[in-house]
Design a protein around this ligand. Sequence first.
Ligand code: 5RP
Length: 266
Amino acid sequence: MDWGMDNRLAQLIQPDGHALFLPIDHGYFQGPTRKLEQPGNTVKPLLPYADALFVTRGVLRACIDAKRTKPVILRVSGGTSMVGKDLANEGITTSMEEAVRLNASAVGISVFVGTDYEKESLLNLSKLVNEGERYGIPVMAVTAVGRELEKRDARYLGLASRIAAELGARVVKTYWCEDFDRVTRGCPVPVVMAGGPQVDTELEVFNFVHDGMEKGAIGVNLGRNVWQNDYPVAMIKAMRAIIHQKATPEKAQEIYEVERRAKYNE
Ligand code: 5RP
């Protein structure tokens, strides 16, 4: 592997082989998502515990302090919205030159396998990989499910993840699902898990993150279940313990409770 590519991946994936990416890119199609209305304020207390930020160039420039931040995975696909006709009809929004200018450690793009725009999104990924390899910038493929959350099973996610890796993604972001080892076994590059919409309890999140790690994920790219939580710092600290210290879900829950009480004196 070329030095630049190797070095950028090492900025993202820590020496233990694991990674905690914090995505705050949701506004690129959802607008001002709850608790992310002011991304700079949301992310500031969380930054010390994240290994990288997943963010668009607009929010990066407007809200993130260039002198006090973490490695950046630049979201470079978009062009659709929640209220538009089809979320899957994305294009590449940001050039590789811009990624270099912003000192990105990687770029991220969604692929929409099984949709009307499957071919376009996969060819966009391929194009981005061609450019990324030229500049030594890794591409993270996001296996998007759009509004159809029922697609989150091992068969579909395994298929989408493998295709993304075959086309040259250096990292694949997918969702946790039952039999997650089927997804990781079939994907020859590192896999990180997204969280999806906020779930009812913290323990549910700790359980699936822990299970995914046991089954071959290298970490998470998980946003809403951290920053939409009432105690986001407690949440990210607990998550970090699972990812980097092999904590059990129960231990993570304990860390969450201790942090929550300490902060709010409850
Ligand atoms: C949104 C994304 C997010 O980065 C991804 O879904 C992870 O965030 P969350 O854990 O909130 O689902 O790609 O387009």
